[in-house]
Design a protein around this ligand. Sequence first.
Ligand code: ZN
Length: 303
Amino acid sequence: MKAARVFFSLTCLLLFGHCLRAQDLGPHFKKVADGIFVESASEASSNCGIILTNAGVVLIDSGYRSSDAQEVSAAVKKLTPLPILFLVDSENHPDHTTNHWVFSPPAVIIAGQGTSEAMRKAFDSPDFLTRSGMTREGLTNYQLITPQVEYHEKMTLNVGERTFELLNLKNVHSETDTAIWLPHERVLFAASAAVPKTFDNIRPFVTIPDKLNAFKMMKALNPEIVISGHGSPGTTKIFDEAEQYYALLVQRVSKMIQEGKSDGQIKQELRMPEYDDWAAQDRLPTNIDAAYRAVKAGYSPDK
Ligand SMILES: [Zn+2]
């Protein structure tokens, strides 16, 4: 019995993170699978993924505030003596990428093609501070670190015993969105194509049909765990709920277009009371714009 316990403790020491529980890391951490953790200070903040391998650590996104990145850095040190080898960006927006400098160098940052350009643009824009979670004081010593590697359509990253498939998602949220799929663990980091019970801020280049295609593709992977760019880790139910929401939105917008209403009128009149409990209600107008564009471009949910 005693020998078994000693052996177990030794194995624990060797494997580190596989024995540590998420609560040992602090209140902002959740363990989603063996050696896979997610950090986020609140439901609305961006998620930062930590994946341990026997060769080193892979991070997904660099956390919202610099305090998030510092917490992740401290947690990694508790979990393993191995270094952070790679950081993969799920999107280019400042709330996911501003803290690259905390990890890189030495970590190598990998992201979809166009991420560096989009990051530089966001950094130069006047709303960088509000979007990044960075403070004005923090900016004095700040260094913008853009990805060293940008992939095109798809990339496979093999680290230790794990495989990461990086899949480019087109027109779903930012200009460069990446789903990160761990096929053996059946864990999917799904970028911000759909965020649990939250309206997306739909930019003009994003289309509802492209979002729906991305949900379909990601559901076909058959993941057991889905981690969106924001919000609690869940399952493919996140995609099902988003699909139902967009179907109802497009149906209502389509009906109002048939009644001869303009985009502006629709935005004034259309309500989605079924989704009153969703966060970021102020983004509904951008959703109506997207539905309007889709219907005008000939999209119909039954096609
Ligand atoms: Zn974003």
